[in-house]
Design a protein around this ligand. Structure first.
Ligand SMILES: [Zn+2]
Length: 191
C-alpha cells in the first residue's frame, strides 16, 4: 500500500483526531514552509542544490523540502503531511525553489475531507504565481506580505486608511512573560 495524504487523514478522521483540527467548522489550515535536511560544505551529490558565497567562492551544498502541516491555533500539536522535495531545476533563488515545490504539492494533494483549505505561508509565497495556483485549486490563503516586498500594496493600504474605511483592532498578549501589542487592520474587499 502506498503511503499518502489520504491514508493518513482517513485514519486520523476514523479515530476522531482530524475533526479537532477543523477550523471555524468549514476549513483546515495548512502551513507551508521549507527546511534543509542536508547541509554541507564537503559532502555533495549530483542532486544537491548549491549556493556559492560571492566573497569567498565557497560552495555550500544542501537538500531541502517543503513540509506541509495541518495546524490549528488552539492545538499545540500539528499533523505533518507528505513532504515535497525541492529539486535542482526548481529555480535559482530560495523563492523559486520553495514556491515551485509548493505548487507541485498543491497539484498532488487530494483533499479527502469536505473542508476548504486555507494555505498559510511566509513572505516568499505572497506573489502572483503562487496566489493564482492557490485560487485555481479553490483554496484560500493567508500569506505574510512584508512592506519591503509589497510597496504598492502598502501604498494602497495607506490611501485606504486615509479614507477611514479600515477597521483596527489592538490586542495585547503576554508572550514569554512580556507584554506584546498587536495591531490588526481589517479591510473587506467585495468582488
Ligand atoms: Zn546531494
Amino acid at each position: 500500500m502506498q503511503w499518502s495524504h489520504e491514508i493518513i487523514l482517513d485514519k486520523l478522521r476514523d479515530i476522531g483526531i482530524l475533526d479537532k483540527f477543523y477550523f471555524k467548522d468549514d476549513y483546515m489550515l495548512v502551513a507551508l514552509d521549507g527546511t534543509h535536511y542536508h547541509s554541507s560544505k564537503n559532502i555533495s551529490c549530483k542532486c544537491c542544490q548549491s549556493k556559492t558565497n560571492s566573497d569567498t567562492g565557497e560552495v555550500h551544498y544542501y537538500h531541502s523540502v517543503i513540509t506541509p502541516t495541518i495546524v490549528h491555533p488552539d492545538i499545540k500539536k500539528v499533523i505533518p503531511l507528505m513532504q515535497e522535495f525541492i529539486s535542482n531545476d526548481d529555480g535559482k533563488d530560495k523563492q523559486d525553489c520553495e514556491v515551485n515545490a509548493s505548487k507541485r504539492w498543491l497539484d498532488s494533494f487530494n483533499n479527502p475531507t469536505n473542508k476548504k483549505l486555507i494555505i498559510l505561508g511566509d513572505d516568499l509565497y505572497s506573489r502572483e504565481p503562487m496566489i493564482k495556483k492557490v485560487l485555481d485549486k479553490s483554496h484560500s490563503y493567508i500569506f505574510v506580505a512584508k512592506p519591503t516586498s509589497h510597496k504598492y500594496l502598502y501604498e494602497q493600504i495607506e490611501m485606504i486608511k486615509n479614507l477611514n474605511t479600515i477597521d483596527t483592532k489592538i490586542i495585547s498578549k503576554m508572550i514569554n512573560g512580556k507584554k506584546q501589542i498587536f495591531t490588526y487592520n481589517y479591510l473587506n474587499f467585495r468582488t
